[in-house]
Design a protein around this ligand. Structure first.
Ligand code: HEM
Length: 415
């Protein structure tokens, strides 16, 4: 992979481009660029029992909302053979090295290791469903590896270095010697990358597919121009934790990779339409959202009544909001998904790696059905894609299902 041109980019753009490029030369360039940055070291004994326990060590905003880490790598690995007991111990030690090198926080490194149905086939367990197409308009690729490591940090160098340490390409990570890797076990690897945070999407105005006629708001954390992930529309870590069985204390993860038609979104639609399609018609009419969501606090302002009126809104206004219809899947008023999604420019086009945690994959499927809203198209005058939230702008490229065991079983678990 060729490295980005330092002279043509701002510092932040350059660092993001290095994460997207990956590899040891990108890491070296990143360390060079960030030579003044000091990242706190960590202590494996201080890492929580749940791999997905990130909220307490992410920062918050002025309300109760959790702010995601800024840089992300999803490293999918296919194993060359079934892992042995010795491999299990070795992988455990390699992961501990990362915990020693970096504080368990957004300022250090957060990570999870998730396993696929293909992995569980190796160890004779069939408790995790294969990913499938979830709408009639998609023909995605499916994750075909054994495991996926999600690396997240505010520091680009931390995600890059952790990745290279795991695959045995570096001897030191943040000053800590790398003694173990699973290099010899890896048959192939695939990486998905991205970023999230105020201002980061606006810096991608020169990516193919990102329109420059309608600039993305400078404060927007996501490509479609609005804040997301409000406290009241997120499941808690407890709510997504598996309660019984061999992986009690773990969770499941679905990753849906989407590309986004931002040209149509920004050039064809008005701000009113964008708010109506993402939130609800009422949000647009009453100006509840603001330019990029700054008027919202820890809630996306969807009342129980607004959610219950989704079908009626579709009939009356000919448009329905994405959040409004997805919220129909809440149970007893509680969201089922803990969304940790982030923007991407992988494959040189704007998109989103929609990553969500839930107690079981079936819950994701149910929420996704609510978002697809086939019932709304059948019962009202809106199209199956047009005016049906944001479906018209999205193409599903890839799907993967993972099980994230609790911390003590995270290295090649054998149920
Ligand atoms: C490019 C794609 C997407 C964008 C830009 C997007 C954006 C948003 C925004 C702005 C909100 C409202 C703010 C909030 O409640 O956090 C929202 C809510 C939500 N979205 Fe998405 N989203 C996308 C894809 C998805 C996908 C694939 C799912 C999968 C089911 C999903 C599920 C949800 C859920 C469950 C909510 C919260 C509903 C509630 O309040 O209970 N979104 N999204």
């Amino acid at each position: 992979m060729t490295l980005p041109d330092r002279g043509a980019l701002s510092r932040r753009e350059y660092l993001k481009a290095l994460v997207a490029a990956g590899g040891t030369s990108a890491l070296a360039a990143c360390l060079d660029e960030e030579s003044a940055v000091e990242i706190p070291a960590g202590d494996p004994a201080a890492v929580p029992a749940r791999q997905h326990a990130w909220n307490a060590v992410l920062s918050g905003d002025d309300n109760e909302n959790i702010v995601p880490a800024r840089h992300h790598v999803l490293l999918s690995l296919t194993l060359a053979r079934d892992p042995t007991e010795e491999d299990r111990e070795r992988f455990g030690r390699a992961l501990e090295t990362l915990e020693r090198a970096y504080e368990w926080s957004h300022e250090g490194l957060l990570f999870t290791v998730g396993y696929t149905p293909a992995y569980f086939e190796r160890v004779g367990w069939n408790g995790l469903p294969e990913p499938t197409a979830l709408t009639e308009f998609e023909d995605p690729e499916f994750e075909d590896g054994d495991l996926q490591v999600h690396l997240a940090s505010d520091h680009p160098q931390a995600v890059l270095a952790a990745e290279e340490a795991l695959v045995g390409e570096v001897e030191e990570v943040n000053g800590v010697g790398v003694e173990e890797s699973i290099e010899d076990l890896i048959d192939s690897r695939e990486r998905l990358t991205g970023f999230v945070g105020p201002g980061l999407p606006a810096e991608h105005q020169d990516t193919p597919g990102v329109p420059d006629s309608e600039p993305i708001h400078e404060e927007a954390p996501f490509f479609m121009g609005f804040r997301s992930g409000f406290e009241e529309s997120q499941a808690s870590e407890d709510r997504v934790t598996i309660e019984e069985g061999p992986f009690a204390g773990g969770t499941t993860q679905h990753v849906e990779t989407l590309s986004i038609d931002l040209r149509q979104w920004y050039e064809q639609d008005s701000q009113f339409q964008r708010v109506a399609k993402l939130f609800s018609h009422q949000h647009a009419e009453e100006g509840l959202v603001g330019e990029y969501g700054e008027k919202l606090d820890e809630s996306n302002a969807l009342t129980a009544e607004r959610i219950a009126n989704t079908t009626e809104d579709a009939r009356r206004y000919g448009v329905v909001g994405h959040a409004q219809k997805a919220a129909r899947a809440r149970e007893d008023g509680e969201p089922l998904l803990l969304r940790r999604d982030f923007n991407t420019t992988d494959d040189d086009r704007p998109g989103l790696h929609f990553l969500s945690l839930q107690r079981e994959i079936d819950e994701f499927v149910r929420v996704r059905e609510a978002m697809t809203g086939t019932d709304l198209a059948e019962e009202t005058g809106i199209g199956s894609i047009t005016n049906n939230g944001i479906l018209q702008y999205l193409t599903v490229r890839r799907r993967g299902n993972y099980l994230l065991p609790p911390h003590d079983l995270r290295a090649f678990p054998e149920p």
